[in-house]
Design a binder for this molecule. Structure first.
Ligand code: NAD
Length: 384
């Protein structure tokens, strides 16, 4: 099998790396970046810290901070105006997955025009687009290293997966110091998102030897470190390990795929505005229980990497232990059910067929070891 792998050209990783952002951007021959971020990162002073490194390198940055969590097509309009007003030659996505995904969408629309819905999967975008530099502040989405952006269509509430080399950041600057301010809930949700990326990349029908190694390494790290980071956000060792694992998991799924958990999670985010990592967490144990029989050896490897099973366990038993371990992890991270989160049961039931249809249309369920029917997806929604 020939693998077509896509990675950022530059990956600068380590504590303090963010202070070298200006040097990275200048080294790429760019001079007028639009820094795309959110209100929290402006308020915390983190955006000013990045702007200062850009100015020190002789660059001329402009700031756009009106991004929204789970970016929508409507939210791109002022960003595009800022891009054009500044005459930007590049876009820096600074934040969690939402500002980074916004930056990627602006970089594409700023050059190609059109509407995001023209670019959604299964369409593969080869560019052209402005260069994107990504600086994550959560240890979760992995967007800094993926050829993916996720944008919600404001007209239909569809959370659209858009992918292709056009969305691959040219450089990623990964500095765990930026994650120290994450509160426990965000730490847990984004950490489970990274774990889901790693497990789905490994069990995906598109998995390959290159992505396997990164996925298993990320699973092992998250198994050891996520509870620590959740319990004590100032634990620098746990934060550093989680940051690295999230980027590794991002590279893994971007070059393999996500699968059924993500396919079912996006509609929950779009219709009920549940944080992306949290909706993954709500689904992860049930979807894994549904899937393990179709690839017990692959799920067993995940269980062993996570520390939930040993080499002595037969594959089927180890795979079952993965399901148990995910239940325990969700309990330890205080993951609610949709109902205890406050979602109205009647609304959930009413929207289940629509969500199942949207999940299938995204293409992600087709990568799952057990490919579900619409009825099986509806049944899974009913079970969580
Ligand atoms: P986010 O970017 O949506 O941010 C969530 C909240 O956390 C915001 O209020 C933000 O201000 C805050 N925040 C961010 N960093 C912080 C920090 N260091 N300290 C305190 N608060 C902080 O969160 P996310 O989970 O990273 O991203 C979710 C989005 O990413 C979803 O839209 C999801 O679909 C998308 N996503 C994209 C990819 C990809 O490859 N493109 C992969 C996974 C998820």
């Amino acid at each position: 099998m020939v693998a077509n792998l896509s990675l950022p050209r530059i990956l600068r990783v380590g504590r303090g790396a963010a202070d070298e952002l200006g040097e990275v951007v200048a080294g790429l021959g760019l001079s007028r970046p639009l820094l795309v971020t959110d209100a929290f990162l402006v308020g915390s002073g983190a955006a000013e810290r990045l702007t200062a490194t850009l100015r020190r390198a002789g660059l001329h940055p402009a700031l756009f901070s009106d991004t929204v969590p789970d970016p929508t097509t409507d939210s791109l309009t002022p960003g595009l105006a800022a891009l054009h007003d500044h005459g930007a030659d590049s876009v820096i996505g600074f934040g969690g997955g939402s500002p980074m995904d916004t930056a990627k969408a602006l970089a594409l629309l700023g050059v190609q025009g059109g509407l995001m819905r023209d670019y959604k999967a299964p369409h593969v975008n080869h560019g052209p687009a402005l260069p994107v530099i990504a600086v994550p502040t959560t240890a979760g989405s992995g967007s800094e290293a993926t050829q993916v952006t996720v944008i919600t269509d404001s007209a239909t509430d569809e959370k659209m997966l858009c992918m292709g080399p056009a969305f691959q950041p040219l450089a990623a600057v990964v500095d765990m110091e930026l994650t120290l301010s994450m509160p426990p809930r965000l730490t847990a949700d984004t950490g489970v998102d990274a774990l889901t990326h790693a497990v789905e990349a490994y069990v995906s029908r598109k998995a390959g030897p290159f992505t396997d190694g990164l996925a298993l390494t990320a699973i092992a790290t998250i198994g050891r470190q996520l509870r620590r980071a959740y319990a004590d956000g100032s634990d620098a060792e746990a934060r550093e390990a989680m940051m690295l694992a999230a980027t590794q998991a991002g590279i893994a799924f971007s070059n393999s795929s996500v699968a059924l958990v993500h396919g079912m999670s996006r509609p929950i985010g779009a219709h009920f505005h549940v944080a992306h990592g949290l909706s993954n967490a709500m689904l992860f144990p049930a979807v894994t229980a549904f899937s393990v029989h179709a690839a017990p050896a692959r799920y067993a490897d995940c269980a062993r990497a996570l520390g939930a099973a040993t080499a002595v366990d037969a594959d089927a038993a180890a795979a079952d232990k993965l399901v148990d371990a995910l239940h325990t992890l969700c309990r330890d991270l205080d993951v609610p059910t949709p109902r205890s989160y406050g979602i109205d049961h009647a609304d959930w039931t009413r929207l289940t067929p629509v969500m199942a249809e949207q999940a299938l249309a995204s293409g992600s369920p087709a990568n799952n070891p057990a490919v579900p029917t619409a009825a099986q997806i509806e049944d899974l929604y009913a079970r969580v």
